[in-house]
Design a protein around this ligand. Sequence first.
Ligand SMILES: NC(=O)c1ccc[n+]([C@@H]2O[C@H](COP(=O)([O-])OP(=O)(O)OC[C@H]3O[C@@H](n4cnc5c(N)ncnc54)[C@H](O)[C@@H]3O)[C@@H](O)[C@H]2O)c1
Length: 380
Amino acid sequence: MSTRRVGIIMNGVTGRMGRNQHLARSIAAIRAEGGLRLGGELVMPDPLLVGRDEGRLRELGEQFDITALTTDLDGALRDPDYPVYFDAQTTQGRERALSMAIEAGKDCYCEKPSATSSSVALALAQQAERAGVRNGVVQDKLFLPGLLKLAHLLESGTLGEVLSASIEFGYWVFPDHIGAAQRPSWNYRAEDGGGIVLDMFCHFRYLLDHLFGGVRAVVARAATKIPERVDEQLRRYRATAEDDATALVELANGGIVTIHASWCVRPYRDDLFVLKVDGTKASAVADLRRCRFQPGEATPRFTWNPDLPQELDPREAWIEVPARAPVQNAFRYQWERFLAHLVADEPFPWSLRDGARGVQFAELAAESIAERRFVEVPEW
Ligand SMILES: NC(=O)c1ccc[n+]([C@@H]2O[C@H](COP(=O)([O-])OP(=O)(O)OC[C@H]3O[C@@H](n4cnc5c(N)ncnc54)[C@H](O)[C@@H]3O)[C@@H](O)[C@H]2O)c1
């Protein structure tokens, strides 16, 4: 079997997502397995690590057996041996680097959000379309085992017409010395591109678009519930970005979705992310790995009487949806799809334009918060 090398410039891989999800669990894992089998050939991603600190890049290179590294992004973009650019920098650094990469004719893949404003996100998508480069944005939640199972239920019509849905996302991110913060401190500073609306509403948009066929309008509220936090060096800093957001979304089909996303909650639910859907024929509840559903035929007949203990357990009579394929890391799944898009021309709908819709949704939610009103979502 012939091996096809694909040179990928990887920028921002010393960070949390870049290192753990994109390098360790995706690209380095594919390399360690001898490449990705696609049709009659093996595709071998060959990364060039780019960052600001040569020492940290070297350390990373040693860990993953990668020798190509540089602090010179311009030089890397001029190198024809690396036709693909990947970006997992902090969001603010991404726009300029992506634009330079498109200009240099590179195929581009990046973390979400693709930019900090919808106008720039859309301009980047248009620039890539004009240049004819292949492009994509990470939409990992679509490929989590629980959400893949839910997608299957929706596509097969098992749930009937979707009436309503709810999304509960979040956990307690330690703001103090009781526990070291589990997330980078820039996430809590608006001036550094932080905030739960920009961070999470991109994810919500692609979930609502791809699972339910699009959104029509949004009304949202957000707050900075914890105004002071402790950073990576255990210094106190002022949190200027919102850490809790609630939204009500009208779907294109008229269904209603409620969303609560927070880094200031202690979960009492099945997982850190739970999406529940109620349809005319059945309901379903998906978390990161599992999905259960309850068809009309199995729905308990509850009657309301708080004077007596409830005899029927609302958590019974749900059917577990089995996995249809071996479970794999969601980021790797999407990397494999992107590689297949690059070398075998397979479709890749999670483009920069699709990613720009996520930034648009976050921006419209922010507009709704500022103006305290429902905002329509124009089609792109
Ligand atoms: N898909 C997801 O579920 C998901 C989850 C978390 C974060 N993200 C996104 O991934 C990106 C990276 O997030 P992270 O949590 O890995 O952040 P991080 O702070 O851990 O890593 C940021 C990376 O960017 C680099 N960088 C470049 N310029 C920088 C600057 N001026 N200041 C600070 N760092 C700079 C850092 O060296 C590092 O490699 C963000 O855009 C974020 O929105 C996506």
